[in-house]
Design a protein around this ligand. Sequence first.
Ligand SMILES: [Zn+2]
Length: 291
Amino acid sequence: MIKIEKPDISVKKLFHDCIYNLKRENEKLLISHSIEELENIYKKYDEYAIENDLHKFDMRIDTETENIVGKLYKNKLVNPKEKARLYYDKIINYQKSKKASSPIKFNDEFRICPMCHTSEVDNLDHYLPKAKYPVLSLNPINLIPICSKCNRNKIDYIPNSKYDNLIHLYFDDLENLNWLNIEITNIDTLSFTYYVDKLAFEDPILYKRTKRTFEVFGIGKTYEILATTEMEDQIVNLIHFAQCSSKNEFQEYLLSFIKNHTSKNIWKVALYKELSENDEFYVLLNNTKYF
Ligand SMILES: [Zn+2]
């Protein structure tokens, strides 16, 4: 969960670029008369988000206009043949927060999902779902770039209280908290559970929200699969190294797997850190026969 820069997009321009070639004159007129009101609603959204109050967001506009806004998202913003698609692409090609030092890979080819850090961004998620909040369908600040797996897991999540507003990647910063932790649930079978570490948080609301986000997006499950696969790939190598070296040398070897990472909130970092601190793991490997 990495903080990213809010997309710098003029709502007025976005709406104009969505409606300039609309065939239905009445829809075009309705939207052009509502742009100011829509701008105002989107501005208010920011104020709710800053206060972690989005669960209370209830601003609306007449149903007909809302339905057109919903349609514009699908027919204009997402449609690669339309001018407005450039806004969709701009949001997908997000910039990480200037303050964030976390090691997110950037190149011209792809952006990694700022929610789970395991897949490529290929979706925009409506933070407040468009099914319940059609008026927000085109609010750039309600559109979050994530991967399709994260999007599938979240579906139409609706928060009910301050405690279950999901982490909003344009507003919330977990950068300085070592919140990701791992427990070895069975040393013999090398089974792991990832969890959000309560001890990392001073703010109980932020803890609950991070935990809820971790659960809703199925992040722990994804990390557990990656950690299990990593161990299957490395285990023969690790047994060999453990049996030829002292405990200290073995610890250093484990930490060398993560030497390029500066953030602890990465599945691989949590895994190798835990293994390097776990005496039972060294003993287990020393008592294992390998072929
Ligand atoms: Zn993801």
